[in-house]
Structure formats: C-alpha cells, structure tokens
Design a binder for this molecule. Structure first.
Ligand SMILES: [Fe+2]
Ligand SMILES: [Fe+2]
Length: 315
C-alpha cells in the first residue's frame, strides 16, 4: 500500500488522509484557497485547494477523514499536493485509523503485556494498589493504549506514550543493578505514572492538542492528582513514604526548577534524579531516531526539533 509520503513530484495521488490543520486564505483576485495539512501513517504533507466552496469549508475540518485526488507538485523545494477533487470518507470506505496516523512500530498487545509484566515485578503493596487503581479506569486505559507521549517532541505517534513507558522500564531495569541506592519500586512506579497526566493534558490520540486543564495545570500535577485520588480510594495515608516519594519523582521529572522546564520541585532523592535522566535519554533518543529515519538517503544533516539543532548522520 502506498502512503502520501511515498508519492514523488508529478504523480497523481488518490488516497484517504486525515486533516490535521487547515487555513483559508484569499488570493489577489478575491477567490478563496485552503492550505491543508493532511497526514497518514507515513507523515504529513501540505495540500493546496484552490477555489474553495462553502461545502469544502464544511467537510474539511480538523480530524476529518477525506479522500483526495491530487497532483504532487513542488513548492519552495518541498512536496506540495494540489487537490483536484475531495470528499469525506464514509463508513463504506472502511478506512483503518492505523493507516491514517503514524503509530508505534511495536505491536500494541506486546507493549501492554510488557507493562503488565513490570507491574508484576513491583513488590510494594501500596504502589501496586495505586497503579492498579489508576489502570482500573477503562477510559484512562483506552487513552493509555492510544495516546502519543506528546504533540511534537518525542513518541508523537499512536501508542507513543505506552511505548515510552515500556522503554523507560527496560532502561530502568538495566541501570538499577549499578545503583543500589535507587528505590526500584518507586522508580518503576514513576516510569509508569510520570506522564500519566498527559492522558488529560492532551485532547485525543488522533490529532492531539493541549486541553484547557492541560494548559492550566500540566501533566505533572495532573498525574499527582490521579495518585492522590487512588490513595483516597484505598485509604492509603497521605504521609505514606512510598507515595510521598512517588509524588516527588513525578513533580520533579522535568529537571531542576531553575531549568524552567515545568518541574514543581527539584529532584531531592537519587531515584528522582536518575529518573529525570532516564526520561531525557528515552525522549531524546526517540526524537533523534525519528529525525534520522525521516532523512533522505543522500541527506547528511537533519533538523531535530527536540534539540533545536541540526544533527549529523555520520558515516
Ligand atoms: Fe513529562
Ligand atoms: Fe516522559
């Protein structure tokens, strides 16, 4: 199957895609045009639609699934689709969501089973109770199985957050034998819950944006709120030391407060400090991996947004 990024200049594209954003403009002769960011699992492309009608404006909305008939042209050195015909997809088209948005390369059930395996390795009753209570919420689980870890920076694809969590757990497991002064159970629980607030900080899995509570509260505090709620359900005292430690690790995971990256407190235990670096390793390596795989074979340099600089492929 051919996806939108597989088409070369000059080709005709007939494909289903997802509208990620759209902008209406007016030409010098007063007709309207639309710049539409369309995407599928291969990535996204800017498509142009000339002579926009009222019907176009109604059907082409963010998150609409559309079928396009377009020509691939080049605009300022980048591929641009010029749409000739467009319609909304219908149920009869049977379009699969997995074909429309980039997704984790790991099978969802494998990631889910790995997560369950790690929860099974946690010995602390209190931490297991809190994790299981949070994961007893069906709506939350549905989000956890589908949400990206972010809009742009890293693991920004379907099931990306779950992949990030499992990857952190693997990383933690490998490093723990080197640092016996790190609390294994709290570290595992932090890997699982540090970004759990993102499930409400972001709007949805398909075309995620920041929600209003997400912008006003942020995923660190939202995560701690979920932990507090779970403790209340199980009558776990608020001064329980493992819970206090877990909350501290969640609230400090974006690094020292002086960095300005959104931590509520600076890490004050070896577990909190190591977790911040694990999170950094996993997020940066994922972002760099995506930069490299998005580069053409002949390209030596690519831009990595997460590092705000170009990176070199090497030899
Ligand atoms: Fe985070
Ligand atoms: Fe994270």
């Amino acid at each position: 199957m051919k996806y939108i990024n597989d088409y070369a200049e000059g080709e005709r594209v007939i494909a289903f895609c997802l509208v990620k954003s759209r902008e209406v403009g007016v030409t010098s002769n007063q007709s309207e045009y639309m710049n539409i960011e369309i995407g599928d699992r291969s990535g996204s492309v800017i498509a142009k639609l000339w002579d926009v009608t009222e019907e176009h404006k109604t059907i082409i909305q963010v998150k609409s699934i559309i079928k396009i008939d377009a020509q691939v042209q080049s605009y300022r050195g980048k591929k641009q689709f010029v749409i000739q015909r467009v319609r909304l997809a219908t149920e009869a088209d049977e379009v699969l969501m997995e074909s429309l948005i980039p997704a984790s390369k790991y099978p969802l059930e494998d990631l889910w089973n790995q997560l369950q395996g790690f929860i099974g390795e946690i010995k602390s009753d209190v931490l297991v109770k809190v994790i299981r209570e949070i994961l007893a919420n069906e709506e939350l689980v549905e989000r956890l199985r589908s949400f990206p870890a972010g809009v742009k920076m890293h693991h920004n694809y379907y099931s990306g957050l779950l992949e990030h969590i499992v990857s952190l757990l693997e990383l933690a497991k490998r490093l723990l034998p080197l640092y016996p002064h790190v609390d294994r159970d709290v570290l595992y629980a932090t890997c699982i819950l540090h970004d759990i607030g993102k499930l409400y900080e972001l709007s949805d899995a398909i075309a995620p944006d920041y929600s209003t509570p997400g912008q006003l509260i942020g995923h660190l505090v939202m995560g701690v709120e979920l932990v507090t709620e779970a403790c209340r359900t199980h009558q776990i005292p608020t001064d329980n030391s493992e819970i206090l430690h877990l909350k501290h690790c969640i609230l400090s995971h974006h690094g020292d407060i002086e960095m300005g990256w959104g931590s509520a407190v600076s890490g004050k235990t070896p577990t909190a400090v190591i977790f911040h670096y694990l999170d950094q390793i996993d997020s940066k390596m994922n972002a760099l991996g995506q930069t490299l795989s998005g580069m053409g074979e002949e390209e030596e340099w690519g831009y990595a947004g997460a590092l705000r600089r170009r990176i070199w492929r090497g030899f």
